[in-house]
Structure formats: structure tokens, C-alpha cells
Design a binder for this molecule. Structure first.
Ligand SMILES: [Zn+2]
Length: 492
């Protein structure tokens, strides 16, 4: 029974040790009591005495108890002394008991320990990670890198950037000035602090991160212009007629941008062209057909009821293709549309020579017409053709007399792709005689555009000269193509 009592007493003490701090005082007291009795048995029953000893240690800490068991087990005879000390502490609660640190609730002790281990490990990992990060940073900050500044090598520590390199080098680098929009100095050394290149690449960024072996050149900073407000205005493009040759190609213009700037510090105002206008250009050039003996014969001022049909017959007989620069009012004459349709169907090209050949302003040039009237000359002339052929007319035109100026170029540019001139003027409209016109035909070179007329008056000389010249030119190896076809050749 005694053994049973002691066993119960041990259990009670174990239970007490796992209860709260307030109970711990009591358990110690109980433990002391029990231990005191245990000590009496310890000489006879060492194993029980050992059990009592373990319990008394358990009351302080379960972990201590494990260690105490291993250490104190061989010294069983001291158990009484230990338990006696425990008995004394029963009247004066231990420091641990007073602080309530060690004992854990009996019902949650095991789980609490399980939770504490992961928390402890996580905390440890976090601390190690922080130490590692700070360590790496410390190392990278402390470890110098070698860079060359203006030919001399320096070891750079701390923030390894251009600012630091300049500071470490001790070079006398001066900042530029802050200047107004007109160049007045607003603040001495208020400009860019330095100008630098890193391995040849220019930069003004002082925080530019440097690497081992970088090569810097550093010079005084450039002046900085004060901040400003700007209002943009369009700069209208102009027109240019440039070059020389039979082909007059139109290229689009584009407006530029003018900035009106007001300095925020100085209040000065200046104008600055930030985008240059692109001039609308009519570029003249000839064509290079190389070794190919190709020419383009053109007929103006038709169609003509008396001559166009005859000319079409001659062209057909010589396998020749030509281009007719027609006048809209002539197409609208009796039979005019049929001639245009026939010419188109037989493979010739039909382009406009304006609607009425500038008749309202003298019949020689559209340059004195209003922009609207100029455009109408082109567009109405094209429509007269498409009404006859049933297909849209190209934007290849010939102006009356080949006359145009910069204003005309600006006005008609949206409606014209090419204005076609000539390399050989047969002067047939002057009725110089068949031989003169024939000689003009026979003077052609590959790539030439030849001017003659099928309308506008007596064209009998033209018909006769053409009939004589085409077979001769064929014998010489020439072929006769339309303007669109000859435009496929490159500019000379
Ligand atoms: Zn004409």
C-alpha cells in the first residue's frame, strides 16, 4: 500500500508540475512532503527515491528533469538532500514559481511545446536571413572596386557610382551654369554637375552604378537651360520646283512645328523651330532606259475628229503605243468620247491636258487661275476621260504649255502624281513642214518623251511626218510605249 501511495503521490506531483504556477507552489510543497517521505524510503528503495528525485526536478522544468535523471541517477544517496532542499523551497516558493515561468498548463503542455519549436525555428531562420542580407550589403559596401577616371585607377568604396568616383578622384570638376533662354547666366554652377562617359557611353547621371574595371572620362558639366513653357504653332510648308527633265514628280510636303517658349525664371520669350517643314516638291528628271530603245510619243489638245483617228491607224500599223493628253471640252465635242474610247481600247494611255486648256484666262496657262479653278481644270478634265473610257483616270497630267509655278504646284499637288513635259518638241503646232517634224522624230534617244499634237488645228503635217518616221524608228530598234510604261524606268 505504501508503494501504491507513493505512486499516487508521484502522479499527483507530476500532475501538479504541469498545472499552473499558483498550483506549482502547492505541488512543490506536496513534492517536498512526498519527497521527505521518499527520502525515508530512498535507502531501502533507491528506485523509488530516484523517482521522487525526478519528480521534484520535474516541478521546475520538464526538460531539466530529463537532464537531472541522467545526471543524478548515480547519486541516489543524495536524493534525500535534494528532496529536503525541495521541502525547504516548499515554504519559500522558488523564483521560477514566483515568476510563473516554467510550469505549463497540464492540458496544453505537449501541444504548446510542439508549437514553440516551429516558431523558434522560423525566428531563427529570419534572424539568419537578416544577418546574411546585412552581411552581404556590408561586404559589397566595404569591398572596393577599381575604376579608371581620366586615365588614373581609383578604388571606389561605398556607393559605387559616378558621384563617388568623382569625389574619390579629387578631380576639379566644375558644374556648368544655369542659363536663360537667351543664354544669360541665371546661376553660376547651377547647370549640369559634370559630363561623363562610362566605357565610351555618355551620361550625366551621378547615381550611375559602376562596375569593376569601368573606364570613365569626366569633364566639366555643361550649361543647363532654365525650364520653360511652350506653345506650339504649325509652320506651313512651301513648294519647290527643282531639277530638270521631262518627268515632273510631285512629292508631298509636311508642316513644321514652331515653339514659342517662355522662360519660367527669366520670363524671356524665344521662338524655336523644332520640326522643319518638308517642302512640297516638284522634282524634274529624265528617264534611263539603259540599252532599251524605248520612247513615249505624246499627243496634246485632242481628240480631233479630223486627225485622231488617222493617228490611231498609224500607231496600230506600227505596233506603237502612245499617250493622248486630251482636253475635256474636246472630248465632249461630237465623236470625241468615241475617239477617246477607241484609243483607250487600242492600248493607248489617256491623260488630261485640263478641261478647257485654261481658256477662261487666255488658253495658255492655268497659273493665273484661282486655286479652285486650277483644281477644277484637273478634276473636270479627268472626269471627261473617265466618262468616255468607263475607268478612273490616272493622276498623270500635262498642263497647258507645260506652264506651272510654285503656287500652282501647291494648289494642284493633292490631285497630281506626275506632270509630264518632253525631251523632244516636234513644234508641229507651228506647222514647220513635214520634214522638220520628221527630223524631230528621228532625233529621239532612248527614254525620250516626244511632244506633238493631234488637236488644236491643222495636224496634217503631224500625221504625214508620223507615218514616215515610225517605220524608220522601228528599223532603228525603237519601241513606242505609253507614259505610264516609260515611268517604270529609273530616273537618269
Ligand atoms: Zn496644249
Amino acid at each position: 500500500m505504501a508503494t501504491g501511495n507513493r505512486t499516487r503521490a508521484n502522479r499527483e506531483e507530476i500532475g501538479s508540475s504541469r498545472s499552473g504556477a499558483t498550483r506549482d507552489v502547492r505541488s512543490n510543497a506536496g513534492g517536498a512532503t512526498q519527497s521527505a517521505s521518499s527520502s525515508r524510503y530512498s535507502e531501502h528503495q533507491p528506485s523509488r527515491g530516484r523517482a521522487a528525485q525526478r519528480v521534484s526536478v520535474d516541478a521546475h522544468s520538464p526538460s531539466d528533469a530529463e537532464g537531472a535523471t541522467g545526471v543524478r541517477a548515480p547519486k541516489r544517496t543524495r536524493s534525500a538532500e535534494v528532496t529536503t532542499r525541495s521541502a525547504r523551497t516548499a515554504q519559500r516558493p522558488s523564483a521560477r514559481a514566483r515568476s510563473g515561468q516554467q510550469p505549463r498548463p497540464a492540458t496544453h503542455g505537449a501541444q504548446g511545446a510542439a508549437r514553440q519549436i516551429p516558431v523558434f525555428r522560423i525566428g531563427l531562420v529570419v534572424v539568419l536571413a537578416i544577418l546574411l542580407i546585412f552581411g552581404v550589403r556590408l561586404c559589397s559596401t566595404v569591398t572596393p572596386i577599381n575604376v579608371t577616371v581620366n586615365g588614373t585607377e581609383y578604388a571606389i568604396r561605398g556607393d559605387k557610382n559616378i558621384d563617388t568616383a568623382i569625389k574619390e578622384s579629387g578631380l576639379p570638376i566644375n558644374a556648368g551654369d544655369l542659363i536663360s533662354l537667351t543664354g544669360q547666366v541665371l546661376e553660376k554652377h547651377g547647370g549640369h554637375p559634370f559630363a561623363a562617359t562610362v566605357n565610351g557611353e555618355p551620361t550625366t547621371d551621378g547615381a550611375y552604378k559602376l562596375r569593376e574595371g569601368d573606364v570613365l572620362t569626366v569633364t566639366d558639366g555643361e550649361d543647363a537651360v532654365e525650364p520653360y513653357d511652350a506653345v506650339e504653332e504649325e509652320l506651313p510648308f512651301s513648294a519647290e520646283i527643282r531639277g530638270s527633265g521631262s518627268v515632273h514628280e510631285f512629292t508631298e510636303g509636311a508642316n513644321g512645328v514652331l515653339e514659342k517658349r517662355t522662360g519660367r525664371i527669366s520670363g524671356e520669350t524665344v521662338e524655336k523651330q523644332t520640326v522643319a517643314p518638308t517642302p512640297l516638291a516638284c522634282t524634274r528628271h529624265n528617264l534611263n532606259t539603259g540599252a532599251q530603245k524605248v520612247i513615249a510619243i505624246t499627243f496634246d489638245d485632242g481628240p480631233s475628229a479630223d486627225y485622231t483617228g488617222k493617228i490611231l491607224d498609224i500607231l496600230k500599223a506600227n505596233d506603237a503605243k502612245a499617250t493622248f493628253f486630251t482636253v475635256g471640252t474636246e472630248i465632249q465635242e461630237e465623236g470625241g468620247a468615241d475617239l477617246v474610247k477607241r484609243a483607250y481600247d487600242e492600248g493607248h494611255e489617256i491623260c488630261t491636258h485640263t478641261y478647257d486648256h485654261a481658256l477662261p484666262v487666255g488658253g495658255l496657262s492655268i497659273t493665273t487661275m484661282s486655286p479652285e479653278a486650277q483644281i477644277a481644270e484637273i478634276e473636270d478634265g479627268r472626269k471627261a476621260i473617265s466618262d468616255a473610257t468607263g475607268v478612273e483616270t490616272s493622276r498623270i497630267v500635262r498642263l497647258p504649255g507645260g506652264n506651272m509655278d510654285e503656287n500652282t504646284v501647291v494648289n494642284i499637288a493633292p490631285y497630281v502624281e506626275y506632270e509630264i513635259g518632253w525631251n523632244v518638241d516636234s513644234a508641229d503646232w507651228t506647222l514647220p513642214g513635214v520634214d522638220v517634224i520628221y527630223d524631230a522624230f528621228m532625233s529621239v534617244k532612248p527614254g525620250d518623251i516626244v511632244l506633238c499634237h493631234d488637236g488644236g488645228g491643222d495636224r496634217s503635217q503631224t500625221v504625214e511626218a508620223l507615218q514616215k518616221a515610225l517605220p524608220e524608228l522601228k528599223k532603228k530598234g525603237f519601241t513606242f510605249v505609253t507614259v505610264s510604261e516609260i515611268l517604270q524606268y529609273p530616273a537618269e
